[in-house]
Design a protein around this ligand. Structure first.
Ligand SMILES: C[S@@+](CC[C@H](N)C(=O)[O-])C[C@H]1O[C@@H](n2cnc3c(N)ncnc32)[C@H](O)[C@@H]1O
Length: 217
């Protein structure tokens, strides 16, 4: 999979991926709008080119309160994200070129007020979706928000993802996109007790095959 070319669908305003991006940005902006005053931490797992976060921070009143770590394996995407953050003067945005599946990538950046897990759950086996969700209490602060995505193609894993988040990991559903939206976006708030970051753990492994098609992640 060419993860740099994958982002080209964002440049077509009528693509499912662009529709998904608009929704993710709306919820991210709303989450920042309603966050208490003071410093805010954001982490983006498998951040790609950072279009969700950077597109919101660009003109958000909380932009200078945000310390963000974006972790992305593809150096071309990481460079795009880093350049875009620099051009926007977002000094609090750190782009790490590395393996976002390793807990070590988040040392010093968590627990975060917002965790972006977009474009992951459609690219790993179901067991790894559950495993990754099991690590979220190590990444998010009490009351923090996870914004996640997963396609709605059959077999639709979204109900199961909600079950894992809500019944196994102590999250409360804030919002879920409609089944026929053309994409799946979920927003969950952490109502449980954060856990310390366990070093040296692998949270998931990308399958490396295209399961869902562009925009279906
Ligand atoms: C489907 S894209 C999603 C990108 C971004 N989160 C978005 O929604 O626009 C998946 C991204 O994960 C990256 N990726 C794949 N495996 C990774 C890993 N182990 N660590 C960090 N990034 C990874 C790919 O390079 C790609 O940019």
């Amino acid at each position: 999979m060419d993860w740099h070319a994958w982002h080209e669908d964002y440049d077509r305003a009528d693509s499912a991926l662009s529709g998904r991006l608009r929704v993710v940005r709306e919820w991210l902006a709303l989450t920042l709008d309603t966050a208490p005053p003071g410093p805010l931490r954001v982490v983006s797992v498998c951040a790609g080119q950072g279009r969700d976060l950077l597109g919101v921070l660009e003109d958000h009143p909380r932009r200078d309160d945000v310390a963000a770590r974006l972790v992305e394996l593809d150096p071309r995407n990481a460079a795009e994200a880093s350049d875009a953050a620099g051009a926007l003067g977002l000094d609090g945005v750190e782009v790490v070129t590395g393996d976002a599946a390793l807990t070590d990538a988040y040392a010093g950046a968590v627990p975060a007020d917002v965790v972006l897990a977009c474009g992951i759950f459609g690219n790993v086996v179901d067991g790894d979706v559950r495993r990754a969700i099991g690590f979220l209490p190590q990444l998010v602060t009490a009351g923090g928000t996870v914004i996640w995505t997963r396609h709605r193609k059959e077999p639709d894993l979204v109900p199961q993802i909600c079950h894992w988040l809500e019944d196994e990991q102590g999250f409360e559903r804030v919002w879920l996109s409609e089944p026929d939206a053309g994409f799946g976006v979920g927003v969950h708030r952490f109502a449980g007790e954060p856990r310390p970051l366990a070093p040296g753990e692998r949270m998931f492994t990308f399958t490396g095959r295209v399961r869902n098609g562009a925009g279906g992640n």
